[in-house]
Write a protein that binds this ligand. Structure first.
Ligand SMILES: Nc1ncnc2c1ncn2[C@@H]1O[C@H](COP(=O)(O)OP(=O)(O)OP(=O)(O)O)[C@@H](O)[C@H]1O
Length: 263
């Protein structure tokens, strides 16, 4: 199987945590190129832990984290690499709670996203493209980021991540605290990015938002990722299954972990 077939991100048998505390145990999932994979789970399930492990902020105890690279033809093991190398390879994280630099301007926040790049002309061009594409940021580019609304800060946090030119975008609960209109805008933006060929891994608690935007969904439970949708079942089934599980609080019929389908 080629790396491109296996997805832009292919995680297999991953174990990680904090000291003796194992949060992820034998976790496997795949993010196809040009698709949105969503990882659902309640507070404390380990969603942030997975994203931080992929970007190298937490070391993996076991398992593999394969990444296909910007051109899609590679097969790069991310485990063991320092976070700065992983960003430079084209993996970007939009952390939870927006996390913009509040005292820096909008423009400087965007430039901070390109700090691993050396192509000054390319950075300038991307900055202009971002400002043209997202006029709300252009209007406020000299303003301190801390003065933006919550929704604008989320938009800035995503735009900043895009400034690193990622092939794989990881997003940690991006819909949290957003007004319904902003959540709709965010859905459209995420679909647009996937349409441009980016792989997106979305950690979410908002099952309705997730099922509307995701091509495939996983539930993080007991340190493993359980696939919620399969083949022809498609989005509607995933939406119903997750919504039902959320309401009932348990008892979701799930299929076997992704590793068993061989990619
Ligand atoms: N720095 C840390 N040191 C020790 N334990 C941690 C640390 N960060 C998280 N944990 C623990 O790891 C487990 C998983 O946390 P994690 O933040 O990955 O969950 P989550 O699914 O992202 O939830 P949330 O939506 O609350 O962020 C929790 O039990 C949490 O208390």
């Amino acid at each position: 199987m080629t790396a491109a077939h296996a997805g832009v991100l292919t995680v297999r048998g991953l174990a990680a945590g904090y000291g003796p505390q194992r949060v992820l145990r034998d976790l496997s999932l795949t993010v196809p190129r040009g698709a949105v994979a969503c990882l659902l789970g309640p507070n404390g399930a380990g969603k942030t832990t997975l994203l931080r492990t992929v970007v190298g902020a937490i070391g993996a105890a076991r398992g593999s984290i394969r990444y296909a690279g910007r051109d899609g033809g590679g097969d790069i093991e991310l485990g063991g690499r320092p976070p700065a190398d992983i960003v430079a390879l084209g993996v970007a994280l939009v952390p939870q709670h927006r996390m913009v630099f509040p005292s820096l301007s909008v423009r400087d926040n965007l430039l901070a996203g390109a700090s691993q790049r050396r192509d000054r002309q390319g950075i300038g061009a991307d900055l202009q493209r971002m400002l043209v594409r997202y006029p709300a940021l252009a209007e406020r580019q000299r303003q301190r980021a801390g003065t933006l609304s919550g929704g604008e800060q989320q938009m800035l946090a995503i735009a900043r991540a895009l400034m690193s030119r990622p092939a794989l975008l990881l997003m940690d609960e991006p819909s949290q605290g957003l007004a319904p209109r902003r959540v709709q805008e965010l859905s459209a933006w995420i679909r647009e990015l996937a349409g441009e060929g980016m792989g997106i891994l979305l950690a979410e608690q908002n099952a309705v938002f997730a099922s509307a935007v995701a091509d495939r969904s996983y539930l993080l439970q007991d340190g493993k990722a359980l696939r919620l949708d399969r083949g022809d079942a498609g989005r509607q089934d995933a939406r119903a299954a997750v919504a039902g599980w959320w309401e009932a609080g348990a008892g979701l019929p799930v299929s076997a972990p992704d590793a068993r389908e061989g990619g």
